[in-house]
Design a protein around this ligand. Sequence first.
Ligand SMILES: NC(=O)c1ccc[n+]([C@@H]2O[C@H](COP(=O)([O-])OP(=O)(O)OC[C@H]3O[C@@H](n4cnc5c(N)ncnc54)[C@H](O)[C@@H]3O)[C@@H](O)[C@H]2O)c1
Length: 345
Amino acid sequence: MLGASAALSTPVRVGLVGAGRIGTSHATLLARHVPGAELVAVADPRPGAAEGLAAELGCRSLSDPAALFADPRVEAVVITASSTAHADLIVAAAAARKAVFCEKPMGLTVDEIDRAVAAAAAAGVPLQVGFNRRFSADFAGAHRLVVDGAVGTPQLMRSLTRDPGLADPGGVPPWTIFLQTLIHDFDTLLWLNPGAEPCTVYATADALVAPTYRDAGLLDTAVVVITFDNGAIAVAEASFSAAYGYDVRGEVFGSHGMVAMGDGARSSLVHSTSAGRHIETVRGDVELFRDAYIAEFVEFTDAVREKRPPAVTGQDARRALVLALASIESVRAGAPVPVEKVDPR
Ligand SMILES: NC(=O)c1ccc[n+]([C@@H]2O[C@H](COP(=O)([O-])OP(=O)(O)OC[C@H]3O[C@@H](n4cnc5c(N)ncnc54)[C@H](O)[C@@H]3O)[C@@H](O)[C@H]2O)c1
């Protein structure tokens, strides 16, 4: 009995790959705020990136992810590298028999995701994708109510993301709004309509924030309408520049009522003066989703310790990516597209 509880309280030794913006935040959370994790190494080929972070957090720094995968102390890997590297890194980590958490999007094509999922399955290791909204208290509560039938059959659904600003429009690849941003909203809508399959996608997008980049393919404003086989009609929308901060919201309106998530408020503080009432808004993802990121790592380390599949899998990554690819196809066609006809490449 003592042995079992000691095993349960032994932290999972984690190595993080990709010491960029979100990697820095995730590494800090893993090292300091996830009791079930011990951060033992950070790897990034960018000169200085891993060293600085590792020195701050007191772990090993490496420039080559292969050396991290070869480290027998590392039991599980958290991949926060650029999206183009995700599939190859998952395959390499799985080949080294490491459990894998990978940030979204897990791959930029369905073939990449299938390759990653197959590698994890062949190695028998858990593979979790970073759809953090599922771990946010309000979205998780909404999901429970939907599953319990308290909202009835979903009829109208909404999920939106408004990012706080485009720092460098020139550095943003085309279709980022669908592949990197709205991918969160697609997962949210699929998850909040359990058992239903998407039928059609109609997307429209424009460059309203940085019009001079339109010709280079940077679209910064988008709306996507998704129809489901249970009749539900969903809207996902995104902008890369909300003047007031970082804004993520959702709604499920069903035959028995409605749930609404997200208010963009930093806290419940309201400052009332002769000018009116003022609330402070959230300024970024690492602020809004701090608790959700911690909760998704608790789920990941629990899944590793309990040797079970995590709550959010490679198949979830695949379903959301199919909607992103369908959106791109719809913008190109200027018309709705059937989801089953999406070209997986
Ligand atoms: N879930 C979320 O809320 C959330 C938020 C932000 C970013 N992300 C995702 O996290 C990923 C990283 O985003 P970011 O904003 O931190 O990007 P970033 O550009 O700031 O950092 C990426 C880092 O990956 C490193 N890298 C590139 N190729 C690598 C490789 N082969 N091996 C190891 N390291 C490599 C780069 O050197 C860089 O340091 C993206 O996939 C992004 O979509 C998720």
